[in-house]
Design a protein around this ligand. Structure first.
Ligand SMILES: O=C(O)CC[C@@H](O)C(=O)O
Ligand SMILES: [Zn+2]
Length: 484
């Protein structure tokens, strides 16, 4: 859908200022700056103003004003998108809508195991609130100290615990949404059963703000873990990583909270660039995994289980070396090696990200095939596959060859993405597992989702947002719906 939105007039900006007050409207260049580019610095946009409503009613009124003026709006939470999903374009016509001040936890019920949180609540704050009530909000990802509930729902974020608790979608029971015309839909129901027509709430999850703005959500909590264990293992190869996952899953599926893969290259980058990181095992390997176990049962004896399964896996030649965390502090240190992969990659030089997924059974083959093809295409480049092997989502990233000009390497970004995507496609995978489409991947939509699927998405978009004012330029390809 082409962006035919209007330029915000001085009159509209004044009306927004009158509605929202001085805290609710930013126009000074230094205040706008942090809202104009994405975390990866892939894009730099422009806007005449950032609106920061204090509550849902204010947001709805601001949306009504913009909609009446035909002005486009770009929602922004923690601005941690990996695909430029929350930044305005360069036209200077799009108003940024920050959800940061909608940051209240409205309710928390340990009997229902639900929390009603506003869109601007930082993910970490939601986790802490759950823990303080003796519960667990299990969504966990690297950016959790900045990413917000509205953002993780709008992108259907996955992260580290999908293997056990599902993606953001599975952790959502109800939503409150400001629709493109400024109506508020109050769907904050906290029911496990509610078959009453279309499950509208699921439309907004993963829609990246293109159908309306999520302002609050009922989130699903779990009983808090009373027993945990964490192992960092050097493994023989990719197949061994998967075999080890199966050992744990087959013994006690409910205990596997996360199961993460790291390549030797990525761990070496962390050792080189991240302060305080040391190799926790005595064997330097080409492949590592992190096994995170948790159970609400205090007598689950997870450490004993881990020791027994790791011994079996060593006997079978899958595990070369392993260490079990002795304390919470050590567990955090082990997790840090995995969590700092994006930062370590950044410090090593230019890199291209490929957030792909394949059926879990095919992950080892995918990593091998992509790594070989990438190095064939750009000799000296360094594949850095890491991520959520337990759910089939690997970040099949590529680091530039040492000494190569970063610009020359990044000029090959689309070739690199195509190279990985072609293999992933042959393996029944997805070109965007958990980061969404944003602005970066809109061109890939026709080839992957074109035809009936994209057509249906465009009809839904046209039905709810016929003016095309909600986060234009994201998700949908500029060139229309043509299968490649
Ligand atoms: O940097 C990346 O490619 C992945 C970021 C994030 O999804 C992670 O799993 O750490
Ligand atoms: Zn990830």
């Amino acid at each position: 859908m082409p962006d035919t939105s209007a330029t915000p007039s001085p009159g509209l900006i004044e009306a927004l200022g009158n509605l929202l007050g001085p805290r609710g409207l930013l126009t000074a260049p230094e205040d706008l700056a942090p809202h104009l580019s994405d975390w990866r610095a892939l894009y730099r946009g422009a806007t005449p103003c950032v609106v920061r409503p204090a509550d849902t009613a204010e947001l709805a009124a601001a949306v009504k004003l913009c909609a009446a003026a035909g002005v486009a709006m770009v929602p922004q939470g923690g601005n941690t998108s990996m695909v430029g999903g929350a930044v305005p374009d360069e036209t200077g016509r799009q108003v940024v809508v920050s959800l940061a001040r909608l940051n209240r936890i409205r309710a928390l019920d340990p009997v229902d195991l639900t929390m009603t949180a506003e869109a601007g609540v930082v993910l970490k704050a939601a986790q802490v609130a759950a823990a303080e009530a003796g519960c667990l909000f299990p969504l966990s990802l690297g950016a959790e100290g900045t990413a917000t509930i509205g953002g993780v729902l709008s992108t259907n974020a996955g992260g580290n615990t999908t293997v056990r608790y599902g993606n953001a979608r599975e952790l959502m029971l109800g939503l409150e949404v400001v629709l493109p015309d400024g109506q508020v839909w109050d769907g904050l129901r906290r029911l496990r059963k509610d078959n009453t027509g279309y499950a509208l709430r699921h439309l907004f999850v993963g829609a990246e703000g293109t159908l309306g703005f999520i302002t609050a959500a009922v989130l699903r909590m779990y009983p808090r873990p009373r027993d945990t264990a964490l192992a960092f293992c050097a493994v023989a190869d990719e197949d061994s990583a998967l075999a080890l996952f199966r050992r744990f899953r087959d013994r006690d599926e409910s205990a596997v909270r996360a199961f993460e893969y790291m390549s030797g290259t990525g761990v070496d980058f962390c050792l080189r660039h991240i302060e305080g990181v040391t190799l926790p095992v005595s064997t330097r390997a080409d492949h590592y995994v992190l096994v995170d176990l948790a159970s609400p049962r205090p007598d689950a004896a997870l450490r004993d289980m881990a020791e027994a399964l790791l011994a079996e896996a060593m006997e079978a030649g899958e595990v070369l070396d392993a260490v079990l965390a002795e304390s919470e502090a050590q567990a955090q240190k082990l997790w840090k090696i995995r969590e700092e992969h994006p930062e370590a990659q950044k410090r090593e030089g230019a890199s291209v990200k490929n957030d792909v997924s394949v059926p879990v059974s095919r992950v080892p083959e995918m990593i091998r095939r992509c790594s070989e093809a990438l190095v064939r295409m750009i000799p000296g480049s360094r594949p850095v596959p890491f991520g959520h092997i337990g759910d089939g989502n690997i970040h099949m990233n590529l680091e530039q060859p040492p000494g190569m000009d970063a610009g020359a390497f990044l000029a090959r970004s689309h070739d690199i993405m195509d190279c990985v995507n072609d293999i992933v496609r042959e393996m029944d995978g997805s070109f965007s597992a958990e980061h969404g489409i944003g602005r970066l991947k809109t061109d890939m939509m026709p080839a992957w989702r074109g035809g009936a699927e994209l057509d249906a998405m465009q009809r839904i978009k046209a039905a709810l947002d016929p003016w095309g004012l909600m986060n234009p330029g994201k998700v949908f390809p500029a060139g229309g719906n043509h299968r490649a």
